[in-house]
Design a protein around this ligand. Structure first.
Ligand SMILES: Nc1ncnc2c1ncn2[C@@H]1O[C@H](COP(=O)(O)OP(=O)(O)OP(=O)(O)O)[C@@H](O)[C@H]1O
Ligand SMILES: [Mg+2]
Length: 764
C-alpha cells in the first residue's frame, strides 16, 4: 500500500495534478495541508523532482515546521533541502543575498514594532505632526496597509490630493522610508515589498529564482495580501506550477491586509487553473463539525459549502456560563485536571483559545495554582523584553553599525556618562554629513562642541571595534559572554534595586542558551545569521516541541492547528465578537469575527467546550456581557447546555439590586460598563494577584457603596459625552438604591445603562 492510498479521490487529484496552476478550496480539516505534504512527497518520490526545486509557503513558522516534519516523515532523506517557510523568511533569504541590488547592505536590520514607533516619533516631531490628532500608531498602520497593497510613498502622495490627513501621512511615509534606508533597516512589511521590488527590477535575480522554484505551493492562501500574491505570481511566472490551498471561511487577517480577492480572482489570473474542492472533514466528530457548520452558515458573503464526516457524533459540545471570569478559569483548570486524572486526555492534548492575549492571565494564574503545565503562546515576546533588546542592540551594533536605533539604545546603557545633549550633537553632525550615527561617533574629534564627552564616545567606539575584531575567532557564545562581561551589564543588574533584576538575569541566561544552541545547530553561523533568525521568530515559536503542556493562545494563532480537546473561553458578546465589532455595526466585521469562531471550533478533534462569564474586568472596567451570539447559533441539540454554574451568590444579589438581570441576556451587547471608583484603601484588591476570587465582586460592591450619588447635572433629553462611548442623549434617569441610574442612547455605541457616578458623563 502506498502513502497515496490513504487519500480520497479529490485529494488524489490535488496531489497528482502537478503541472500548471491548481486552486484547492475547501473547508477546515478536509486535508488541504495533507494534500500539500503528499504532493511534495509525490513530486520527489514519483516524479524525481529535486527537493531543491520545491517551495512551500505557509503562514506561521509553527505551521512551516509542522509541514516540514510531515514531509520528512513521508519521504525521509532529502526533505531538508525543500524550501518550506513563511513569506517573511522567504523574502529575508532572497534579500539577504541580493538587497545590495536595491542599494541596501545585505546585512540589513529588521525593525520590530518598537523600533518602528521610535522612528515615527522622531519624524512626527520633525514634521510637526500633532500626535494627539494623528497618532504615530495610526500613521504606521496606514503605512503598513499601503505596503500590503504595494503602494509606494509617491503613489500614496498622489492619492492623497486634497486630503490633509492623507497628505501628512504621505509625508511621514516618505520620511520613514528614508530613515529606514539610512539605518539600513527594513520593517516586516518591507521584507515582502522589497523582495517584490527586487524581482521586478532585476531580471537576472528573477530568472534565477524562477529556475530554482519549479513547483510552488501556498497554504492558508485565503490570508495572503496583494504584495504576497504578487511575489508568488512573479516567482511562478515561468513555470505556472503554482498550487494554492485555502478556505475562504477561514480568512481572518483582513485587518492585516489579507485580500480575499486573491482566492476569488485566482481563476481570472490563471484561467487554465484546475479547481479542486474537498468536502469530507477528517478532523472532528460530527457534533463539533455540525456546530461549526451551523455558525458559519450565518455569514452571507460566502460560497456555500457543507462539510461532512463519517465519524460518530462524539461528545456534545459543552457550554458553561459563570458569573465571574475567574470562575470560568477555575472551571477550565479543573476540567483539564479531571480529564488528566480520568485518563481522558493528557495536558498536551488540550488547548485553550481566546480572542485577545489579555484573557490569558486569569487562566494562567489558575493553572499555576493547580500545578498544570502550560505554555502561553504570544504574550510578551521574549525578544521584546528590555534586557534582551539591549543585548541584541549590542549585537546589532557589532554586526551593522548602520542601525542608528540600536547604537543609540545602548550608547549609555549601562550608564557611561553620555547624555542626551551629546547624543543630539552627534546626531546633528551625522545629519549634516549624511552619515550614520555610528560613523559620526568614529569622527568624534570633528564634532563641534563635544568637549569632554569625546573621550567617553571614543571609549565606546573602541569597545565595539574590539568586539568586532574578535567575533570571528570566539564565536557567538564567546561574543555574548564578552559583551556582558566587558559592558558590566549583568553586574549592574545585580547591584540594582530593580525588582525584576533576577528575572532579567534569567532571561539573559536564556539568551545565552539560545545562542549556544543556534551555534550548535548551524555550525559556525555568522552573527548576522543569528540576528536574522531572531528577528523572524514569531510568537508561536516559543512553543517547544514535544512537551506535554496545555497551550494557551489566541484564536488567530491557532489557525491550521488541531487538538483533541479545545476550550473556547470568553464566549461573550463584547469579547467575542469584540466590542469594537459590535459597535461598528459593520456586517463585514461581524462576519470576520464569525470566521474566527469557525476557525476556533474546527480546531477540536474530539471535544469542544465553550465557556463565558457574565462579568469580566477588562482594562480595569467591569463589563457585564451577554452570551456570545456565536453560541446562540449552535443548535441546542448539539450541546449539553447545563444551567449556569455559580458558587458565588453575591453577584446575583447585585444583579437584582441594581437591575442588571435579564437585560444582558436580551440585548446582545454589554449593557453596562462600570468603572468602579476606588479609594486608596480599596485599591489593593484590584491590583493584587492573590485575591483573584474577589476582584470584580468586591470592586463593584465596594465601588457602589462608596458612591454617595447626588443628582447629576444633566437630565433626560440632555446631550452628554462619555470618555469611551462618545456623545449621546440621556433617555432615562432614575434614582437607584445608592446612586442614579442613567440610560444614554449613544450616537455610535448604542444604548447603555450606567450608574451616574461611574459614568462620569459630561453635559455638552
Ligand atoms: N484522507 C485522509 N485520511 C485520513 N486522515 C486524513 C485524511 N485527510 C486528512 N486527514 C487528517 O485530517 C486532519 C485535518 O487535515 P489537515 O490539517 O490537512 O486539514 P486542513 O484542510 O489543512 O485543515 P485547516 O483548514 O484547519 O488548515 C489531519 O489530522 C489529517 O491527518
Ligand atoms: Mg491546513
Amino acid at each position: 500500500m502506498s502513502i497515496y492510498d490513504t487519500l480520497n479521490e479529490e485529494q488524489k487529484k490535488g496531489v497528482f495534478t502537478t503541472q500548471g496552476p491548481v486552486l484547492l478550496l475547501a473547508g477546515a480539516g478536509s486535508g488541504k495541508t495533507r494534500v500539500l505534504t503528499h504532493r511534495i512527497a509525490y513530486l520527489i518520490e514519483e516524479l524525481g523532482v529535486s527537493p531543491w526545486n520545491i517551495m512551500a509557503i505557509t503562514f506561521t513558522n509553527k505551521a512551516a515546521g509542522e509541514m516540514k516534519e510531515r514531509v520528512e516523515h513521508l519521504v525521509g532523506m532529502g526533505a531538508e533541502s525543500i524550501w518550506v517557510t513563511t513569506f517573511h523568511s522567504t523574502c529575508v533569504r532572497i534579500l539577504h543575498r541580493y538587497a545590495d541590488r536595491l542599494g541596501y547592505d545585505n546585512h540589513f536590520t529588521i525593525y520590530d514594532t518598537d523600533d518602528q514607533k521610535s522612528v515615527m516619533k522622531d519624524i512626527c516631531k520633525r514634521l510637526q505632526i500633532d500626535t494627539k490628532l494623528l497618532k504615530e500608531r495610526s500613521i504606521l498602520s496606514a503605512i503598513s496597509s499601503a505596503k500590503d497593497e504595494l503602494i509606494s510613498p509617491k503613489e500614496y502622495e498622489l492619492n492623497a490630493m486634497g486630503d490633509f490627513r492623507k497628505q501628512k501621512i504621505a509625508q511621514a511615509y516618505n520620511e520613514y522610508q528614508e530613515a529606514l534606508r539610512k539605518s539600513n533597516a527594513m520593517d516586516f512589511d518591507d521584507l515582502i515589498v522589497k523582495a517584490v521590488e527586487l524581482l521586478k527590477a532585476d531580471r537576472e535575480v528573477l530568472e534565477n529564482y524562477q529556475k530554482r522554484f519549479k513547483y510552488i505551493m501556498v497554504d492558508e492562501y485565503q490570508d495572503t495580501n496583494t504584495a504576497q500574491f504578487e511575489l508568488v505570481r512573479l516567482l511562478a511566472d515561468a513555470s505556472h506550477n503554482l498550487c494554492v490551498v485555502g478556505d475562504d471561511d477561514q480568512s481572518i487577517y483582513k485587518f492585516r491586509g489579507a485580500n480575499i480577492r486573491n482566492i476569488l480572482d485566482f481563476e481570472k489570473v490563471y484561467p487554465e487553473a484546475a479547481v479542486i474542492r474537498l468536502e469530507q472533514n477528517y478532523r472532528s466528530t460530527k457534533n463539533v463539525l455540525d456546530a461549526a457548520n451551523a455558525v458559519i452558515r450565518n455569514n452571507k458573503g460566502r460560497k456555500s459549502k457543507t462539510l461532512w464526516t463519517d465519524k460518530g457524533s462524539g461528545n456534545p459540545v459543552h457550554f458553561r456560563q459563570f458569573d465571574q471570569a475567574y470562575e470560568e478559569a477555575e472551571f477550565i483548570a479543573d476540567d483539564v485536571v479531571r480529564k488528566k486524572r480520568e485518563g481522558i486526555a493528557d495536558y498536551g492534548d488540550c488547548a485553550v483559545l481566546y480572542r485577545t492575549n489579555a484573557q490569558a492571565r486569569l487562566i494562567e494564574e489558575r493553572f499555576v495554582v493547580e500545578g498544570i503545565p502550560y505554555k502561553v503562546v504570544g504574550g510578551i515576546n521574549f525578544y521584546a523584553r528590555r534586557e534582551i533588546k539591549d543585548l541584541l542592540a549590542y549585537l546589532k551594533t557589532i554586526d551593522n553599525g548602520r542601525d542608528d536605533l540600536a547604537v543609540k539604545r545602548i550608547i549609555n546603557v549601562p550608564k557611561r556618562g553620555i547624555g542626551a545633549a551629546t547624543i543630539a550633537k552627534v546626531q546633528n553632525y551625522a545629519d549634516i554629513h549624511e552619515m550614520s550615527f555610528y560613523d559620526a561617533l568614529c569622527q568624534v574629534d570633528d564634532i563641534p562642541g563635544i568637549g569632554k564627552s569625546a573621550s567617553r564616545l571614543d571609549a565606546f567606539v573602541t569597545m565595539i571595534q574590539s568586539f568586532r575584531s574578535k567575533v570571528e575567532y570566539y564565536g557567538l557564545e564567546g561574543l555574548i559572554k564578552d559583551v556582558i562581561e566587558t559592558t558590566g551589564y549583568v553586574s549592574e543588574l545585580e547591584a540594582s534595586d530593580d525588582e525584576d533584576a533576577e528575572d532579567r538575569i534569567e532571561n539573559i541566561d536564556e539568551l545565552i542558551s539560545k545562542m549556544v544552541s543556534f551555534e550548535t545547530a548551524h555550525g559556525e553561523p555568522t552573527l548576522g545569521e543569528f540576528l536574522e533568525e531572531v528577528a523572524l521568530v514569531a510568537d508561536i515559536d516559543n512553543v517547544e516541541a514535544g512537551n506535554n503542556k496545555v497551550l494557551l493562545m489566541t484564536l488567530h494563532s491557532a489557525k491550521g492547528l488541531e487538538f483533541p480537546h479545545i476550550y473556547l473561553a470568553g464566549m461573550e458578546d463584547g469579547v467575542f465578537p469584540s466590542y469594537m465589532t459590535i459597535v461598528s455595526d459593520d456586517p463585514d466585521e461581524i462576519e470576520e469575527e464569525r470566521r474566527l469562531a469557525y476557525v476556533g471550533i474546527t480546531r477540536a478533534k474530539e471535544d469542544l467546550t465553550l465557556s463565558c462569564a457574565r462579568m469580566r474586568m477588562i482594562r480595569g472596567e467591569t463589563q457585564i456581557n451577554a452570551v456570545s451570539r456565536f453560541v446562540g447559533e449552535i443548535p441546542q441539540e448539539l450541546m449539553d447546555n447545563r444551567a449556569p454554574v455559580s458558587r458565588y451568590r453575591v453577584m446575583q444579589q447585585n444583579e437584582e439590586e441594581y437591575g442588571f438581570a435579564g437585560k444582558s441576556e436580551s440585548t446582545y451587547r454589554p449593557v453596562a460598563t462600570l468603572k468602579p471608583r476606588r479609594t486608596a484603601a480599596e485599591n489593593k484588591p484590584f491590583i493584587a494577584g492573590g485575591g483573584l476570587g474577589s476582584l470584580a465582586v468586591a470592586g463593584i460592591s465596594k465601588g457602589v457603596g462608596a458612591v454617595t450619588g447626588g443628582k447629576p447635572d444633566y437630565d433626560v433629553g440632555d446631550r452628554v459625552k462619555h470618555v469611551k462611548y462618545g456623545e449621546g442623549t440621556v433617555t432615562g434617569l432614575e434614582p437607584g438604591p445608592r446612586d442614579y441610574k442613567v440610560t444614554v442612547d449613544f450616537d455610535n455605541a448604542g444604548q447603555k445603562i450606567m450608574y451616574a457616578a461611574f459614568a462620569k458623563l459630561e453635559r455638552i
